[in-house]
Design a protein around this ligand. Structure first.
Ligand SMILES: [Fe+2]
Length: 279
């Protein structure tokens, strides 16, 4: 069986009616959006969500770290001042609900499983900023009763345990740990001199758990770590390990001279291919 998926990387405000027309005309089975719909303005985020809602193709959207947090909360998070961020948590919870409404009839996903034919898409942790700490802990505790990355890993494993197809694909905002610690690694850190692996450890646990359960992990799809590196150069954007295709779809900005970017994923019994497309 052949499953045709479209993956849309970090949008950061670059969405228009042309995307709806072009992506729907591809005739894909589903569209996966890895998150970060807009930059700093909340009204722009909601506008992109309403634009995505116009798609006729079934679409799953995983919220990124820019999808809901107040700019002050993002800054607090980056500065490690999470208590200040927690103070703004009420805003984030309200915004997540507004985002969910704006995307309807499509689905805002997270810690959830979604069937696409014979494939199950397992949606990872919402709002991840990557790295070894739980992003937005106040919100994660209030909305999900999750206070640590270990608890997040457990929750993801519970979602995996309920999967009743052999084939599974993980959709996350940021990719898993274990794929390299150099700045040009697929989820490597490019914003500090010592580089390092900036993947999500909870996602890595869940992927390994799925394999141990005997599931066939076809692909792990994420973004967040922009392909264009700070200070120059490009990171690796696809990688095949343990029979799984890892994809970083974060071509930012996704609208450039070549056109409007998405990744086409084809899943066949023989394997998975990922191809950059500029329409
Ligand atoms: Fe992000």
């Amino acid at each position: 069986m052949h499953t045709h998926l479209i993956v849309v990387g970090d949008i950061h405000g670059h969405w228009s009616a042309a995307d709806v027309e072009q992506l729907d005309s591809e005739g894909a089975d589903a569209i996966l959006v890895v998150g970060d719909l807009a930059g700093l303005r909340w009204s722009a985020t909601l506008g992109v969500a309403r634009g995505i809602a116009a798609l006729r193709t079934p679409t799953l959207v995983l919220p990124g770290n820019h999808d809901g947090p107040h700019p002050g909360q993002l800054l607090a998070e980056v500065a490690g001042q999470q208590q200040l961020g927690d103070w703004l948590t009420g805003t984030l919870s309200r915004r997540v609900e507004a985002l969910r409404e704006a995307l309807s009839p499509h689905t805002l996903v997270g810690y959830s499983a979604h069937r696409i034919g014979g494939l199950t898409v397992v949606a990872g942790r919402p709002h991840s900023m990557g790295g070894p700490t739980l992003s937005f802990p106040g919100h994660m505790a209030a909305a999900w009763s999750i206070e640590t990355l270990e608890a997040s890993a457990e929750r993801l494993c519970e979602v995996v345990d309920a999967v009743d197809t052999e084939d599974v694909l993980f959709l996350a905002h940021n990719g898993p740990t274990g794929l390299g610690a150099t700045r040009d690694a697929i989820f490597g850190c490019d914003f500090r001199r010592e580089a390092g692996d900036w993947g999500d450890p909870d996602l890595a646990v869940a992927v390994e758990h799925a394999r141990r359960r005997g599931l066939r992990v076809r692909a792990v799809v994420a973004g967040h770590m922009h392909r264009r590196l700070r200070g120059g150069g490009q990171r690796r954007w696809r990688e095949c390990r343990d029979d799984t295709l890892y994809l970083n779809a974060a071509e930012v900005p996704r609208v450039a001279r070549q056109g409007r970017h998405h990744v086409r994923l084809d899943l066949t019994p023989e394997g998975v291919t990922a191809r950059d497309c500029w329409l």
